[in-house]
Write a protein that binds this ligand. Structure first.
Ligand code: SF4
Length: 380
């Protein structure tokens, strides 16, 4: 098969993976090497549906021995199959890099023979790029659950970021639609990566080898099963806490040809993906817990308003918050006040009383925030 045809098939097959954002890595240019994530760095360029486009994003192969029902590349799918050799991926990456098309490589794969065999092929690509071609650009490698710790260790030494996709939010969902995968095997791989990252970070030796300096991430498909946002966010919270993930990417389920009858005929509304990202942000940076945002009585996010406003309207007893006396944690719960604004308010009030006009100068959307707060000149 022609290389161009393979590229068309394997780039198209990779588009379903959303977990390819590339921030957080600082890999300087090597003497006589090619590529760097510093200087101009990685361009954070995304398609309208949120996919990163600054990387060469491909599968090594779309042949797969697993039969995950939500996946177009599953064993029982009749899609056209193609495979690159590791050498072909290396050549493509270097060629695209020299033409200034890309800043790095996002390489995933169907499972060939076994998770370890597949990982060996991906590692061969990364090793060749780093050692033979002194490639200093960004590399993100995907690992399949069940891969050995030894291979993860080698992969992390070449890659800027590693990811193991959780794919579905619960063990119940995996058992139904991806029986070859289990939550314990997925989390075991995540735990291994996290352990190596922490060991490397805490190693005081100046010669310590880098290990996945941009951390690790995962992708969760939303809407392939009836699982609620409450369970999705509970799983995401657990993964952040237990395995130190840099990001959980939420990807709306895309209908696939000849799909299993248990799968929905349509994608969930894109607003659901958007609201999950907002809730995820609140959990990571605003001190909310998944349990506060949703409950058994109300297990799905309101698609008509952002989750912070929804929480505020459901907890009117918490407001108004006095911007001149409230602790940071309380200020972060006021709709319209972001992390940076709260920092500025805290700095300002050390010197003088904060008034509504001050908030306007800080570009706070006053009409949105005012019903929930008290300033020196506005009392409710
Ligand atoms: S292991 Fe990956 S490529 Fe294979 S069927 Fe499952 S999701 Fe698709």
């Amino acid at each position: 098969m022609e290389l161009k045809r393979k590229l068309a098939i394997l780039a198209d097959a990779a588009k379903y993976d959303a977990s390819c954002a590339s921030s957080g890595s600082r890999r300087p240019a090597l003497p006589q090497g090619i590529g760097s994530t510093e200087g101009m760095g990685i361009c954070h360029s995304y398609t309208p549906d949120g996919r990163c486009v600054s990387l060469l994003k491909i599968l090594l192969t779309n042949v797969c021995i697993y039969d995950c029902q939500y996946c177009v590349n599953r064993l029982s799918s009749d899609v056209e199959r193609a495979s690159f050799s590791p050498k072909e991926v290396v050549a493509l990456t270097l060629d695209f890099y020299r033409r200034n098309y890309i800043e790095g490589l996002f390489l995933s794969s169907g499972v060939l023979k076994s998770p370890d065999y597949t990982m060996e092929q991906l590692v061969a690509v990364a090793r060749s790029l780093r050692e033979e071609h002194r490639f200093g650009g960004y590399i993100h490698l995907k690992a399949a659950p069940g891969v050995s710790p030894e291979l993860l260790d080698v992969a992390g030494r070449y890659a800027d970021r590693l990811s193991v996709n959780v794919e579905l939010p619960t063990q119940r969902d995996l058992a139904a639609l991806a029986p070859e995968k289990t939550m314990p095997s997925i989390e075991a791989a995540m735990a291994e990566i996290h352990t190596r990252i922490v060991e490397t970070r805490d190693d005081p030796s100046p010669r310590r080898p880098a290990f996945a300096p941009a951390g690790h991430s995962t992708q969760m498909i939303v809407g392939a099963t009836p699982t609620s946002d409450q369970e999705i966010l509970a799983t995401a919270s657990r993964l952040y806490t237990a395995h130190g993930l840099r990001r959980v990417y939420y990807s709306a389920f895309s209908p696939i040809p000849h799909a299993d009858a248990r799968l929905p005929a349509d994608s969930p509304p894109l607003a659901r993906e958007h609201r999950l990202y907002e809730a995820d942000w609140l959990i990571r940076f605003y001190g909310f817990s998944a349990g506060e945002l949703l409950s058994a009585a109300s297990p799905n996010l309101d698609l008509t308003m952002d989750p912070k406003l929804a929480w505020a309207l459901a907890h009117r007893e918490f407001f108004p918050v006095d911007v001149n006396t409230a602790p940071r944690e309380a200020l972060l719960r006021v709709p319209g006040l972001g992390v940076r604004t709260v920092k500025r308010v805290l700095a300002m009030r050390r010197h003088r009383a904060v008034r509504m006009a001050d908030l306007a100068r800080l570009r706070v959307p006053v009409a949105r925030a005012a019903p929930f707060l008290v300033t020196a000149d506005e009392h409710r």
